[in-house]
Design a protein around this ligand. Structure first.
Ligand SMILES: Cc1cc2nc3c(=O)[nH]c(=O)nc-3n(C[C@H](O)[C@H](O)[C@H](O)COP(=O)(O)OP(=O)(O)OC[C@H]3O[C@@H](n4cnc5c(N)ncnc54)[C@H](O)[C@@H]3O)c2cc1C
Length: 409
């Protein structure tokens, strides 16, 4: 889309987006919220909630595709904010497949998209999951040092995958896994490709499932790859395109379309939107509490110290939300990210969520520190947003490099 065709940026949500917002909000309020505490304590995948989301159409390829294509770019951020306002652990269980789906949709061939993305969602009667597996024990921020290997078996016409992936959302319980592996290790990240691993492929298994600080309903685990064989056609983007890219890299030209990086670029503002949902939930709760709780014969919100906290929380949330919406609009309308606006949005929203949830605990005092009140869970949940999809330090690195034009390290 050229700049002349872009949908204008507006602070008023379109009617379509407002409809989605209120629909998802009702689901978050009536279905997710009441279940949040239980699934946080259970630390298990909330299958009944995913099924319910599938039944109403929120967990579906159709929903994700429609919101992704929504012309203002705000369909996904607005929907994700509402889901995570309901609860972050359950929210991530509902949207976790989206990262794997986006990695295929962003750079996959039309055949790969048509065959595999629907299989990641399944149907309301038979819900399926997808997992995107890039990180490894020794390769988190440093994705260039991925050790998982993909070698091509010419005789069989198959890729053979070996290695250990870690911290994969839905890892091992997904039906379709997307695995980032190195085909030409000497080329670092430019020698990597992503591969689709179909359901029940021998050699892929779940390793350790992690017990976490927050988002405990979301499944996070290692994925072990032991001579996993997939057909030649399951390299994302196609083998010919990959071979051409490698030839260009070897000739010293710039490689276009590196799969894992492209996935991260398109999903960062949406991660910011998840953080906004948690931040708003904590702010809403603390605001209400400050209006009701009395000490020294007055509402605590009547103390300037508490009202100023609420003022700062509201400012931080609003500022972050404007940045998330701007970045999502830019991404959808083909605007160039000249100052890494996607990373800026993710950085601001995630750090705002940590600060706002912490201040919410402070406003609730002792109650805030107990599991009787939800802000304690929200604070634990908020921290992940400064870590996954690029830590805050990595976002600052990306922004710093973009604005200075220097190879900042
Ligand atoms: C709950 C959860 C879910 C996840 N889901 C997925 C998933 O679905 N798929 C997936 O592939 N991965 C996933 N991850 C992994 C996540 O993306 C990584 O944890 C993240 O990228 C950070 O990598 P790391 O943990 O190895 O930290 P490290 O890279 O070891 O970083 C440790 C610290 O060093 C800092 N640091 C590192 N390099 C630099 C630098 N160059 N300059 C300044 N500071 C630096 C970091 O900012 C951080 O503070 C998930 C992680 C968690 C915890």
């Amino acid at each position: 889309m050229t700049s002349t065709e872009a949908t204008p940026f507006s602070l008023e949500l379109s009617e379509d987006v407002r409809e989605v917002q209120s629909w998802v909000h009702e689901f978050a309020k009536d279905v997710i919220r009441p279940a949040a505490e239980e699934w946080d304590e259970r630390e298990e995948t909330p299958w009944p909630l995913i099924q319910e989301a599938s039944k109403v159409g929120i967990y579906s390829l159709d929903f994700f595709a429609t919101q992704w294509m929504e012309p203002t770019g705000l369909g996904i951020p607005v929907a994700f904010e509402e889901l995570f306002w309901g609860d972050a652990g359950i929210g991530l269980s509902i949207v976790g497949t989206g990262l794997a789906a986006a990695s295929v949709a962003a750079v996959g061939t039309p055949e790969q998209i048509a065959e595999w993305v629907p299989q990641m969602f399944g149907t309301a009667d038979d819900v399926k999951l997808g997992a995107f597996c890039a990180s490894e024990p020794d390769a988190g921020s440093d994705v260039g040092s991925i050790r998982a290997r993909a070698s091509y078996d010419e005789a069989a016409g198959e890729w053979v995958l070996n290695g250990t992936k870690t911290w994969a959302t839905n890892g091992g319980i997904a039906d379709v896994h997307v695995i980032v592996a190195s085909v030409h290790p000497e080329l670092g990240s430019r020698g990597q490709a992503s591969f689709i691993v179909p359901p029940n492929t021998p050699g892929l298994r779940q390793g350790q499932k992690f017990k976490k600080h927050g988002i405990r309903a979301s499944h996070t685990a290692e994925v072990i790859l032991d001579d996993v064989r997939v057909p030649a056609a399951l390299i994302i983007g196609g083998k010919d395109k990959f071979d051409e890219r490698i030839a260009r890299v070897r000739e010293g030209q710039r490689a276009k379309g590196q799969a894992a990086m492209k996935t991260f670029e398109t999903t960062r503002p949406t991660v910011g939107a998840m953080a906004l949902g948690v931040a708003r939930a904590a702010y809403d709760y603390a605001l209400q509490y400050a209006r009701e709780r009395e000490q020294f014969g007055r509402k605590i919100g009547d103390f300037q110290a508490v009202a100023f906290k609420l003022a700062d929380m509201k400012c931080q949330y609003d500022a972050a939300r404007l940045m998330v919406h701007r970045a999502a609009w830019m991404a959808r309308n083909g605007k160039e990210f000249t100052a890494a606006e996607g990373s800026m949005a993710k950085l601001m929203a995630s750090e705002a969520a940590v600060r706002i949830t912490e201040e919410a605990i402070q406003i609730l005092g002792g109650n805030g520190y107990t599991r009787e009140y939800p802000v304690e869970r929200m604070h634990r949940d908020s921290k992940i947003f400064t870590i996954f999809e690029g830590t805050s330090e990595i976002q600052r690195l990306v922004i710093g490099r973009t604005i200075t034009g220097l190879p900042v390290r």
